[in-house]
Design a protein around this ligand. Structure first.
Ligand code: AMP
Length: 302
């Protein structure tokens, strides 16, 4: 495996999830959980986050089993971040029933010296203030990617715009891109996002794939044609983790490498949605990923 380490900050929490395939309660969730596990198939990962005393030890064991450095995963008095979400027949449409920040509400991340020089940084979905805190403590990383969601666009837009000034690649789903920019067409939304600072914008379209935009770039990746989407939660985070993990594994951040990274991200995300929580995502092999990646190249060839 590469020596290029990936630093990931974002939510680690417990989710209550309802989909047409059933209901699960207080299962492992959070953007940093999905993205760290996804990235761990490609590169060494260090996670920065906070959980409460109620966070089950088996979840930390799952991270460790994937080789993830959890030395900056703090355990604080109080309750773990909790999100309750539901999906109906449309897997691209998450309905949020509850967001309880709990220990994240007054979290101040402190990067240990060993984490400051990681060349790849992924600011997964969490309060943009925390994303900035982490960025301010990192020593000029080679490549920074960020994600966010409607919750933060609505409540912390100015802080989010500060983050976007400082990232190489920003990820968003189609609805969030429209919400942030006020543009209906995704090409216009992408132009508006690029004008905010990032070199690249990746717009996720759920079961319809992902688009990558840069100053002179437009790349369209398909999604894998699954017959069953059991739980869409974390697809976007797995996509991002796979994408950044792949870039770290090659150390190559050229446009052609980012295109491949988008397909690796889509590949990992396609596994994530096959079961609830991280059940499928955490039990892959590098060979599973490579085989499906190869199928992707077939789907997109003409
Ligand atoms: P995704 O399906 O990729 O959008 O991400 C789902 C994960 O994001 C869930 O596991 C939630 O725990 C987490 N999440 C939901 N709302 C928020 C929020 N406002 N900030 C950070 N993470 C969140």
């Amino acid at each position: 495996m590469t020596d290029n380490k990936v630093l990931i900050v974002g939510s680690v929490g417990l989710d209550a999830l309802t989909t047409p395939f059933g209901h699960v309660d207080r299962v492992l969730g959070g953007a940093a959980s999905y993205s760290s596990v996804a990235a761990s198939y490609f590169a060494p990962v260090s996670m920065v986050a906070v959980v409460g005393q109620d966070f089950p030890a088996e979840n930390v064991e799952l991270f460790k089993a994937r080789g993830i450095d959890v030395s900056a995963l703090e355990v604080k008095d109080g309750e773990t971040f909790f999100w309750a979400g539901e999906y109906g027949e449309d897997p691209n449409q998450a309905i949020t029933h509850a967001t309880e920040l709990n220990v994240f509400a007054d979290f101040k991340p402190t990067l240990p010296p060993s984490h400051r020089s990681h060349p790849f940084v992924f600011l997964a979905n969490i309060d943009p203030v925390l994303q900035l805190d982490v960025l301010n403590q990192a020593d000029s990383p080679e490549f920074v990617a960020s994600d966010t969601m409607n919750f933060w666009i609505a409540s912390k837009k100015d802080e989010l715009l500060e983050v976007l000034k400082r990232v190489d690649l920003c990820l968003m789903n189609d609805a969030e891109a429209r919400m942030l920019t006020g543009q209906k067409l995704l090409v216009d939304a992408a132009d508006a996002i690029l004008a905010m600072g990032p070199k690249y914008a990746a717009i996720k379209k759920g079961e319809h794939g992902a688009l990558l935009f840069g100053e002179n770039t437009h790349f369209s990746a398909p999604s894998f044609p699954l017959r069953q989407i059991v739980d869409p939660t974390g697809a976007g985070d797995s996509f991002a983790g796979g994408l950044v993990g792949y870039l770290a594994s090659t150390g190559d951040t050229s446009e052609s490498s980012i295109r491949k990274a988008v397909v690796y991200g889509s590949t990992v995300a396609s596994f994530d949605v096959e079961d609830f929580s991280l059940r499928r995502l955490a039990s892959l092999s590098r060979e599973d990923i490579q085989n499906r990646y190869d199928l992707f190249t077939e789907i997109a060839r003409f």
